[in-house]
Design a protein around this ligand. Structure first.
Ligand SMILES: CC(C)(COP(=O)(O)OP(=O)(O)OC[C@H]1O[C@@H](n2cnc3c(N)ncnc32)[C@H](O)[C@@H]1OP(=O)(O)O)[C@@H](O)C(=O)NCCC(=O)NCCS
Length: 175
């Protein structure tokens, strides 16, 4: 896979229009899922995240085109931990961008926010996401049984995490 040059910048209010589009594509609804969202609902979702102190990044590709967002959420400095989330534009998926986006955001989490652990949850049905997270070094710490109802079936939700020590060790091995 060709290396991707992506850039993270602050997620701006004017980016919400695109987030609304990405959030409503069928795969997003299945994998991240909610029911389809109105623009106002997406706006409120972003506002709630800002009020929660979540750090929101817009992702730009090599041509400075907006192709997704990634965020650190529920940052708890007393525990040195935060959650992470990612959503790429439908046309940017399946090309290897996810790895570079996650790596940049994780790097900010560990090296700028001085976190000790970054975690996420994902649906067991989301094989692409699980494969990506494992490739980056996330470990499945637990499975919530039949936690999500998707398209007529119940699926486990995976809780996955990566520690700063694991991230550093992994980067040392790559260097
Ligand atoms: C999930 C998401 C972030 C992945 O990013 P991406 O850049 O599209 O990921 P890639 O296409 O590089 O796939 C990652 C890996 O999964 C593998 N993969 C893809 N589909 C797969 C499948 N059905 N089963 C198993 N592995 C799969 C790919 O081969 C790749 O591994 P490789 O690099 O070793 O080949 C992105 O597709 C996305 O935003 N999806 C919609 C929203 C979403 O699901 N967000 C995550 C919620 S937890």
């Amino acid at each position: 896979m060709v290396e991707k040059q992506i850039n993270l910048r602050s997620f701006e209010t004017e980016d919400i229009k695109e987030l609304h589009r990405w959030s409503n594509d069928p795969a997003s609804i299945l994998m991240v899922g909610r029911t389809p969202q109105t623009f106002e609902q997406v706006e409120k979702h972003v506002e709630k995240k800002r009020q929660n102190g979540d750090v929101l990044f817009a992702v730009e590709n090599e041509e400075n085109k907006l192709i997704g967002w990634v965020f650190l959420q529920n940052i708890e400095h007393e525990h040195g931990r935060a959650g992470i989330g990612i959503l790429l534009a439908p046309e940017a998926r399946g090309q290897g961008y996810g790895k570079y986006v996650m790596e940049k955001a994780i790097d900010i989490g560990f090296n700028q926010f001085r976190l000790n652990k970054i975690y996420l949850t994902t649906r067991g049905i989301n094989k692409q996401a699980i494969s990506l997270y494992e490739k980056i070094g996330f470990v499945v710490e637990g499975k919530l049984r039949k936690h999500a109802y998707v398209d007529g079936s119940y699926y486990d939700t995976y809780f996955m995490g990566i520690l700063r020590s694991e991230w550093e060790q992994r980067n040392n091995e790559i260097d």
